[in-house]
Design a protein around this ligand. Structure first.
Ligand code: IPM
Ligand code: MG
Length: 365
């Protein structure tokens, strides 16, 4: 089959890791007989420099014509001025909103060989295998009013956590659908003891639960969830939560897998129901642009490579090919190769390019 992928390398290590993900996709294409065509585009700081905006209209339109989007990272100290009218991160928010990517899937899975590479005890992280689903186009990130202003009694600012029933319902459904395809346990995370938006969230979760009698739903407060993630992370199967909570909890959860450099993500515009269903999506590593190591062959490309794997699965319906990517990554780790972020004594240090090549070589049908 033939697929057209919008490729947005972005800033910092973005271009470094994207190149390796493309290398692995090409290997998949060769082994399984598919053709992946790439349409490059600008986003983030490099787009600000070239076009004066973080998400140029050309980029958004090009993405709309493609089958999926592969993104590196955005941001860097060069564009960090708090008074700047636009920031690289605005590009990320605009593309999520512009493409209707409301469902952000962030799987946190422990590769067994890395169980001694995290900052937690190996017995705590050993069986970690969860899917965090973050609502991505609502809540504090997009709610109005959103502004900073001066008054005679000092400066003020407001962000609003705003949710509609429809927004909550569709993301909760993604939670139930994914729970059905996994261990059938869904934890809905909110702050219903304080926030009205959370009380509505919890109410709707309870209503939808009726349609999924096989799934065990539990509601958990976000502060308790933050604690449980460290205390007993293998408790979780699928977590579904609103935008800001999901942002914070997934950085925390990423440490369970050893490094941010290991974790992929998918941002979908639909509910991935059933094996053959395909959703349009954007795929990116959850790490940032790491400008200090950009262009130095030091970044871990695994998160981006695994993101490309998620693309094969969720947007192209190529489950077998996605599995081949995951297996190739595991094999390279099992053989003792490590990027700098997960390096431990006695292992073989590999740069970004070498890591990409090793994984591409191990893609098997
Ligand atoms: C993420 C990032 C972004 C977010 C930033 C870069 C805007 O932290 O994808 O988790 O907050 O959503
Ligand atoms: Mg984040």
């Amino acid at each position: 089959m033939k697929f057209n992928i919008a490729v947005l390398p972005g800033d910092g290590v973005g271009p470094d890791v994207i190149k390796e993900a493309q290398r692995v996709l090409d290997a998949v294409g060769k082994r399984f007989g598919h053709q992946f065509d790439y349409s490059p585009g600008y986003i983030g700081g490099t787009a600000i420099d070239k076009f004066g905006e973080a998400l140029p209209r050309e980029t958004l339109e090009m993405c709309r014509k493609c089958d999926a989007v592969l993104l590196g990272a955005v941001g860097g100290p060069k564009w960090d001025d708090p008074n700047a009218s636009t920031r690289p991160e605005d590009g990320l928010l605009a593309i999520r909103k512009g493409l209707g990517l409301f469902a952000n899937l962030r799987p946190v899975k422990m590769f067994k060989v890395l169980e001694n590479s995290t900052s937690l005890k190996p017995e705590i992280v050993r069986n970690v295998d969860m899917m965090v689903i973050r609502e991505l186009t609502g809540g504090l990130y997009f709610g109005k009013p959103k502004k900073r202003w001066n008054t005679t009694r000092g400066r003020r600012a407001v962000d609003a956590m705003y949710y509609t029933e429809k927004e909550i319902e569709r993301i909760i459904r993604v939670g139930f659908e994914l729970a059905m395809s996994r261990r059938k346990k869904l934890t809905s995370v909110d702050k219903a003891n304080v926030l009205e938006s959370s009380r509505l969230w919890r109410q709707i979760a309870g209503e939808i639960a009726g349609a999924y009698p096989q799934v065990k739903l539990d509601n958990m407060l976000v502060d308790a969830c933050a604690m449980r993630l460290i205390q007993n992370p293998s408790y979780f199967d699928v977590i579904v939560t609103e935008n800001t909570f999901g942002d914070i909890l997934t950085d925390e959860a990423s440490m369970l897998a050893g490094s941010m450099g290991m974790l992929p993500s998918a941002s979908l515009s639909g509910i991935p129901a059933g094996k053959s269903a395909r959703a349009f999506g954007l795929y990116e590593p959850i790490h940032g642009s790491a400008p200090d190591i950009a262009g130095r062959d030091m970044a871990n490309p695994i998160a981006t490579i695994l993101s490309a794997g998620m693309m094969l699965n969720y947007s192209f319906g190529l489950g077998r090919e996605a599995l081949a990517v995951e297996r190739a990554v595991r094999q390279v780790l099992d053989e003792g190769y490590r990027s700098r972020d997960i390096m431990t004594e006695g292992m073989k240090l590999a740069g970004t390019v070498e890591m990409g090549k090793l994984i591409a070589e191990r893609i098997k049908t």
